[in-house]
Design a protein around this ligand. Structure first.
Ligand code: ADP
Length: 379
């Protein structure tokens, strides 16, 4: 064990534009006994966090993401993954105070815009200092660490027979529910990752070229991200949560909303190899009043999801080909409970690059920034 390690409890926090992610390191039992230093307050915090999976009204622990046998600073233990809406930071601070955290923790390692925005509140409410880390540094450190600790971390969505999608028989439209339903999730060996493009789809989107553990730059981004999907979906369908928006999208059909190549050409635009079922104009059918009168909430949600996802996909593809990169890793909470977007991205990456680009995904989706903070807890 590292004798200079800071005292328990160990947390890493990422206070994002929409969600706050909290990662908690629970030291292993024999470790705790060895140290025999665990105070009552510390024990209570540990029990509270590890015995519940819901905290207050909106805090949730992603139990399925829990990682056992993780070594950090020479200590073995379990990583727990907790999230709550950033709009509830006030309630979080009250809870932290009621559990006695204020007496125990004087510094929290934090990243994300909220680490700046809420710095004063942390100081005032619970007398905690936020030690701030850059969110992109933290993100990459987190991705590399989690991948090194979990053989199942990185995966991809394989089309039937694993043939590149441009060689698949084209009797089903590529974006149809039917065509996407046959994609299966498979593990990907990410042990020699460089170079790769990292596309973080949070409220907004950042794209990073990663050439080595400490060698990266931000190439691009777009404000049309997960926040745009959810915002537009709420406006168009009256839904009120991300889960609801995703469920609507999964049940919908975007071809009643979007104008396809075949709606314009009557079939394929053969000269430039554009298939008839390709979207030519996102939401292009909604100019007509009679179409609007018939459209369902599900179809609108689906079209919003497809629009946002394909736009991110095409920017990512341009960045990757510009930088001569073959692997594009997507992360961020937009992909949470959202296999549809992952399959669309997989399809689009492969199709438009004629099989040269591969879309990869990570199991811990939106938690890497928070993990990155936890790793830096010596600063
Ligand atoms: P940020 O750091 O900007 O908050 P995240 O990686 O946490 O970014 O992703 C936020 C996005 O994740 C939202 O814009 C939304 O699309 C999606 N999302 C997934 N789960 C939820 C949820 N429970 N509540 C709100 N948004 C969610």
């Amino acid at each position: 064990p590292d004798n200079n390690a800071p005292p328990m409890p160990w947390f890493g926090m990422d206070i994002g534009g929409t969600l706050t992610k909290l990662v908690y390191f629970e030291p292993r039992e024999n470790n705790r006994r060895e140290l025999d230093k665990e105070t009552e307050v510390l024990k209570n915090i540990r029990r509270y966090l590890t015995r519940n999976s819901a905290y207050g009204k909106t805090g949730r622990r992603d139990v399925h993401l829990q990682m056992e046998n993780v070594t950090i600073r020479g200590r073995r233990g379990t990583l727990h993954f907790i999230r709550f809406p950033t709009s509830e930071v006030g309630a979080f601070l009250q809870l932290a105070r009621s559990k006695g955290m204020a007496d125990l923790v004087n510094t929290i390692y934090a990243t994300g815009g909220g680490a700046y925005k809420f710095e004063e509140d942390f100081k005032k409410e619970v007398n905690m200092r936020l030690s701030k880390l850059d969110e992109l540094d933290a993100l990459i450190a987190g991705v590399l660490f989690v991948d090194s600790m979990n053989a199942q971390e990185c995966y991809y969505w394989a089309p039937p027979n694993e043939r590149p999608v441009h060689q698949q028989p084209s009797d089903t439209p590529p974006y149809s529910a039917e065509a996407l339903s046959v994609y299966v999730r498979k593990p990907f060996d990410f042990s020699s990752p460089y170079p790769f493009l990292l596309v973080n789809i949070g409220s907004g989107v950042s794209m990073l070229v990663v050439n080595g553990p400490n060698d990266y730059f931000r190439v691009s981004g777009t404000s049309l991200g997960g926040g745009t999907f959810l915002g537009l979906c709420c406006l168009l369908t009256g839904c009120s949560s991300f889960e609801e928006a995703i469920a609507l999208a999964a049940a919908g059909d975007n071809t009643t909303v979007d104008k396809l190549v075949r709606d314009i050409y009557g079939g394929d635009y053969a000269r430039f190899g554009l298939p008839g079922d390709l979207v030519a104009s996102s939401f292009g059918q909604m100019c007509a009043a009679e179409r609007r009168a018939k459209v369902s909430r599900e179809d609108l949600a689906r079209a919003t999801l497809v629009t946002i996802t394909n736009n991110i996909g095409s920017i990512a593809r341009l960045c990757a080909s510009n930088e001569n990169i073959e692997r594009v890793v997507f992360c961020g909470n937009f992909l949470r409970v959202n296999p549809l977007s992952m399959k669309l991205l997989s399809y689009a990456m492969s199709y438009w690059s004629r099989g040269a680009l591969k879309a990869l995904f990570l199991e811990h989706e939106g938690y890497f920034g928070a993990v990155g903070c936890l790793l830096h807890l010596d600063i």
